[in-house]
Design a protein. Structure first.
Length: 191
């Protein structure tokens, strides 16, 4: 199963990704988590990414793409993978296509979680209090949502054209959303 979980910051990708990855026994690859780990360990990659993350800007494509390619070449992706937070730009969509083509694989589906803007802001501000993420301040959140609208959302068109985009209502109870996500994944797997 090769699947992408797509959606704006605060849509619940992390939570739903955990359930999906467990169900299909595939690694959950979150570019945000990888970056945060590298920032925490002060690696070269972390140093490169930190200023962009703190501002709510996207890390440059070449940095992200090299990191994801390296991660997808790890042996645990033999059975597939779940990407969370990647791709986020048209260039990243193209790069992923090339990486997959080189390994003779294709994507089963792109599951997009949809949540209303007002609800996203409420959730992100709540998470800021609970987790203290440095990129969860109101200004940075607003910038991240803007970047999503401007750069990430348009990139999804390519997946819609290929009929592998599955829209899921991301509002409501976490368990209900999980059931919808799993239902979409089952459809993606069959098609
Ligand atoms: P996330 O946890 O997915 O919201 O990611 C946190 C931050 O990491 C983002 O605001 C970006 O600065 C950076 N980041 C994560 N994934 C990507 C990506 N695919 N492209 C560019 N920047 C990314």
């Amino acid at each position: 199963m090769r699947v992408i979980l797509f959606g704006p910051p605060g849509a619940g990708k992390g939570t739903q990704a955990t359930a999906l990855a467990e169900r299909y026994d595939i690694p959950h690859i979150s570019t945000g988590d990888i970056f945060r780990e590298n920032v925490g360990n002060e690696t070269d990659l972390g140093v490169k990414a930190k200023a962009f993350m703190d501002a709510g800007d996207l890390v440059p494509d070449d940095v992200v793409i090299a990191m994801v390619e390296d991660r997808l070449n790890q042996p645990d992706t033999g059975n597939g993978f779940l990407l969370d937070g990647f791709p986020r730009t048209a260039a990243q969509v193209e790069a992923l296509d090339e990486i997959l083509a080189r390994s003779g694989h294709s994507l089963d589906g792109v599951i997009r979680l949809q949540v209303d803007d007002g609800e996203l802001m409420t959730r992100l501000l709540r998470r800021a209090e609970e987790q203290g993420r440095t990129d969860d301040t109101p200004e940075v959140i607003a910038n991240r949502l803007e970047k999503y609208e401007a750069e990430t959302e348009p990139a999804v068109v390519r997946y819609r054209k290929r009929s592998i985009l599955y829209d899921v209502d991301g509002e409501g109870d976490v368990d209900e959303v999980r059931d919808r996500v799993l239902e979409a994944a089952a459809k993606a797997e069959q098609s």
